[in-house]
Design a protein around this ligand. Structure first.
Ligand code: TYD
Ligand code: MG
Length: 461
């Protein structure tokens, strides 16, 4: 038998090194290598210790054939079901990641309670908190009376033995995957090898019994699931629970889903009685808007199939620095530089001696290029000190040539704006069929300079 070899595994990305080093080659992180035994590590699958056996042939099949809808367990919490693509899928494993304290345990406690109330067998295993703490939370979110089966345990074999008793559970929640350990791997609990081996066992359990398994994972500051990032590719779905510090709303975002769409979000508000669903996010993000201030523009965005209106705030201030500052929160810094360059080159608007700050209101994050036009409008407004009309929305992509490009879902964006009482919209040309049906007055600049002229020509009040 081969001697058990020592190896060093990066706790951030899972890269295996033969020798210790201060910095991981895989992800560039420092001080993340930890010594682990190679048993149960990477490269040792089932039977890797046995002598090679002769393979068994499996039946090959075709791409077409009988397809069954993924059987789902619907929680009844609309925003959660939306993010999972219609409910938890039986026999699948789902990873819910998020910063510590963001509300993962709260969300899953509420989901567990809702499902248990609906007659499903739900098992909640916590490796982080004592039973008393979980009960306290359940009381707080008004879920204490739900027949959820609760355990504080971290060993996978014990957990599996526990849930093997009685009827097969419909949903098993493991909070968190970082605390799990299995006898099959001999590394210390919390190491990548343990997390991976434990997750693998639980995933195998899900596939073989048809129970839905939810793994909770903590995310590091950089937005990576620390350690359990290696779990991401093994599970069927990954949801991130996000929120900005100081803001009370939370967004549940699907980043991987083998059974549904990945561009859906669920929006919640953290209250003193747990998470509350927010069915209309636009109202939340626009809630704190001051009526008329230079530098603010409302962007009509899309999250999956749902329109979301958010305010983009900019401040352009004279800079005392040789290299002016560009500071962005909630958007892509490189795109801001691009919009600034287009404004300078094609519209004659100079930002060279100004600091530029951009913030998306409410701590929301925009990932769409469609926000370009709203950003440009806000920047020009801040620089000139001329407030944009308070009842106007903006969307459109800006190309490097200064042209305003059409974006998808124009009609839905306009509908949402109309619903929320907006009377004007600045949108790209070429969305004619969307425009025809609207009661909103529309301005369609072909090039960005048209919009700049319009803003600069507006009357100050
Ligand atoms: P928690 O679900 O424990 O976070 P995680 O599991 O992601 O680490 O949530 C903890 C935070 O949520 C904590 O700071 C308190 C707050 N909270 C509320 O504001 N209201 C509530 O009803 C509950 C249960 C928690
Ligand atoms: Mg927790």
């Amino acid at each position: 038998m081969a001697k058990s070899r020592v190896q060093f595994v990066c706790q951030n990305c899972g890269t295996v090194h033969a020798r210790w080093a201060g910095k991981c080659d895989g992800c560039g992180e420092w001080n993340t290598l930890v010594e682990e035994g190679s048993d149960g590590g990477i490269g040792s699958g089932p039977g890797s210790m046995r002598s090679a056996r002769k393979g068994r042939s499996v039946a090959l099949t075709t791409l077409s054939g009988e397809i069954e809808e993924a059987p789902r367990i619907v929680s009844g919490i609309g925003e959660l079901d939306r993010a999972t693509g219609g409910g938890f899928v039986r026999g699948s494993a789902l990873l819910v990641g998020g910063d510590p304290g963001i509300g993962k345990s709260t969300l899953l406690t509420q989901a567990a309670a809702a499902l248990a109330m609906a007659g499903h067998r739900v098992v909640y295993v916590s490796g982080e908190e004592a039973v008393a703490q979980i009960r306290l939370r359940a009381q707080r979110v008004n879920a204490a009376s739900a027949p959820v089966e609760l355990a504080a345990e971290t060993n996978v074999e014990d957990i599996l033995a526990t849930i093997a008793d009685g009827k097969r559970p419909d949903l098993v929640i493991l909070d968190s995957v970082q605390t799990l350990w299995t006898d099959a791997a001999d590394s210390a609990p919390g190491t990548v090898t343990q997390v991976r081996a434990s997750a693998q066992k639980m995933i195998r359990y899900a596939k073989s019994t048809g129970a839905a398994v939810v793994l909770v994972g903590h995310v590091t500051k950089e937005g990576q699931i620390a350690g359990p990032r290696v779990v991401e590719h093994m599970v069927d779905g990954v949801l991130y629970f996000e929120g900005e510090g100081g803001h009370h709303f939370r967004i549940l975002r699907a980043v991987k889903n083998r059974f549904g769409p990945t561009d859906e979000i669920g929006v919640f508000e953290m209250s003193d009685k747990g998470l509350r669903e927010v069915a209309n996010p636009s109202e939340l993000f626009l809630g704190e808007r001051a009526a008329k201030a230079p530098g603010a523009a409302v962007f009509a965005g899309m999250e999956g199939t749902r329109p979301v209106l958010v305010e983009i705030q900019t401040l352009v201030a004279p800079s005392p620095l040789g290299t002016p500052r560009r500071s962005v929160i909630g958007w892509d810094g490189a795109r801001l530089s691009m919009v600034l360059a287009v404004l300078e080159t094609h519209c004659g608007v100079r930002f060279g001696s100004h600091d530029v700050y951009l913030n998306v209101a409410g701590g929301y994050r925009i990932s769409e290029p469609a926000a370009d036009l709203a950003v440009a409008a806000a920047l020009v407004s801040s620089l000139t000190g001329l407030a944009l009309p308070a009842d106007s929305v903006y969307f459109g992509e800006i190309s490097l040539s200064g042209a305003v490009r059409p974006v998808a879902h124009a009609q839905q964006r306009l509908k949402e704006a109309e619903k929320l009482g907006f009377g004007q919209a600045v949108i790209p040309a070429g969305s004619e069929e969307a425009v025809a049906s609207q009661a909103i007055s529309i301005f369609q600049p072909a090039i960005l300079a048209d919009l700049v002229v319009r803003i600069a020509g507006s009357k100050p009040d």
